[in-house]
Design a binder for this molecule. Structure first.
Ligand code: CO
Ligand code: CO
Ligand code: CO
Length: 346
C-alpha cells in the first residue's frame, strides 16, 4: 500500500504551531541576549534572526519543521524545505547551507518514505542554491520534517517586518487557502484539482519574490505562514508602529477555498489566530465571516507580504507576474497608527 502521510497527523504543516498567544506569553519571560552584533533578534517576531559577522556580512538564521501537509512523502519534503528557506527570502537574504531536522516513526513507515522525504527536501534545497550539510533525526510517532537554514545578507540591506511605511501598499505574492484545503482533503471534501493547486503553491520557492523585492529596494516584508494573513500583517503593523488595512476581497484564493469555508471547513488553528489578533483588530461592518476566517487561515509555505511605495506597486506586480507569480496582487495598505493596528475590510 502506498504511504499516505496526511493520515498520520491531526494538525498539518504550519497549522501545528503553538497557539500564538501562548507563545507570546512564554517568550516574554525569556532572557534577552545583549550581543551588539545581533541585528534582528526575537523582539519584533521577525522571520529570522540576523547576526553581523563584519561590516559587509551578516548571517540570516532560521528554522521551521512540521508534520505532513500532503500525502506524498517526496512532495512533503519539497514543501517543508521551501517553507524553511522562505524566512531567509522574506528578509532579502541569500540562503546558502542548511541542516535537516527529521522526526520519523521507524516502526510505522517503510524506510522508503523516510528516504523520499529527505530526497524531496534535498532537491528543493538545491533548487534554492542551498547545500544540506548535516542534520538530526529522532524516532517519533508523527513524522515531522524541516530545515535549519543559514543565509548571507549585507548588514545594511536587511528587509524586516518593521519596514512598512504609511502610504505604502501591501502586495501578496501567493494565493491563500492552504490550511482550509488541507483540512478539506482530510475530510474528503476538497477536490483533487484544488489539492494539486495547494501543493503547487506550497512547493513554490519565495526566491523570485525576494529578488523582485531587492530590485525595487523594498524595506518591509514578511512571509505568510502559521499565523495566517491577519496574524502576520498584525506583527508587521506592530513592529513598524503603523496600522494596516487588508481588503479581503482583493486577496487571491486557491481554488474553492471560499466554498470550503462556507461548508464549515475551518481548521482549529484559524480560531487560535483569531484569538491572537482580535484585541488589536477592527473588523469592518461589511466583512463576511468567511473572509474573516480566511484571513486567519494558517498558511504553509505561503507567499511574501511586502510593503511597497504606491508609485511602484504596478511595476512590482508586473515584475512578480513575469517570474510566474501570476496571482500576485495588492491586498491592502499602510497608514499612520490609528486606534487599532489591523483593519479587516471587504
Ligand atoms: Co516567516
Ligand atoms: Co518561520
Ligand atoms: Co545530532
Amino acid at each position: 500500500m502506498k504511504t499516505d502521510l496526511l493520515q498520520m497527523t491531526d494538525s498539518a504543516g504550519c497549522s501545528s504551531k503553538i497557539p500564538p498567544k501562548l507563545l507570546d506569553e512564554v517568550l516574554k519571560h525569556l532572557p534577552r541576549p545583549s550581543d551588539p552584533d545581533i541585528l534582528v533578534g526575537i523582539d519584533t517576531h521577525d522571520d529570522a534572526g540576523v547576526y553581523r559577522v563584519n561590516s559587509d556580512l551578516a548571517l540570516v538564521l532560521t528554522t521551521d519543521f512540521f508534520p505532513p501537509v500532503c500525502s506524498d512523502p517526496y512532495e512533503f519534503g519539497q514543501i517543508a524545505a521551501a517553507n524553511s528557506i522562505s524566512d531567509v527570502y522574506a528578509m532579502g537574504g541569500t540562503p546558502v547551507v542548511a541542516l535537516n531536522i527529521m522526526m520519523f516513526p521507524a516502526a510505522k513507515l517503510p524506510p522508503e518514505a523516510y528516504e523520499e522525504i529527505l530526497k524531496g527536501g534535498a532537491v528543493m534545497a538545491a533548487q534554492a542554491g542551498v547545500s544540506i550539510i548535516g542534520g538530526h533525526t529522532i524516532d517519533d510517532s508523527t513524522p515531522k520534517y524541516g530545515l535549519a537554514v543559514v543565509g548571507y545578507i549585507h548588514p545594511g540591506k536587511i528587509i524586516t517586518n518593521k519596514g512598512a511605511v504609511p502610504g505604502d501598499l501591501l502586495i501578496l505574492t501567493k494565493p491563500v487557502g492552504t490550511g482550509v484545503i488541507i483540512a478539506g482533503q482530510k475530510l474528503g471534501i476538497a477536490s483533487g484539482t484544488d489539492i494539486g493547486r495547494a501543493v503547487e503553491t506550497m512547493k513554490t520557492l519565495n526566491r523570485t519574490g525576494s529578488e523582485v523585492m531587492k530590485r525595487y529596494n523594498v524595506k518591509g516584508a514578511t512571509d505568510i505562514t502559521g499565523f495566517g494573513l491577519a496574524g502576520h500583517a498584525l506583527k508587521m503593523a506592530k513592529a513598524g508602529s503603523v496600522s494596516i488595512t487588508l481588503n479581503m476581497r482583493q486577496v487571491p484564493l486557491i481554488g474553492e477555498t471560499f466554498m470550503l469555508v462556507e461548508e464549515g471547513c475551518i481548521p482549529g488553528a484559524a480560531f487560535g489566530n483569531l484569538e491572537f489578533v482580535e484585541g488589536d483588530t477592527c473588523f469592518g461592518d461589511s466583512l463576511e465571516y468567511n473572509l474573516k476566517m480566511i484571513a486567519m487561515d494558517a498558511q504553509t509555505s505561503g507567499g511574501l507580504l511586502m510593503s511597497v511605495r504606491e508609485e511602484i506597486a504596478g511595476e512590482v506586480i508586473a515584475g512578480l507576474q513575469e517570474t510566474g507569480l501570476i496571482r500576485a496582487a495588492v491586498v491592502g495598505s499602510v497608514t499612520e497608527k490609528r486606534e487599532k493596528y489591523l483593519y479587516l475590510e471587504s
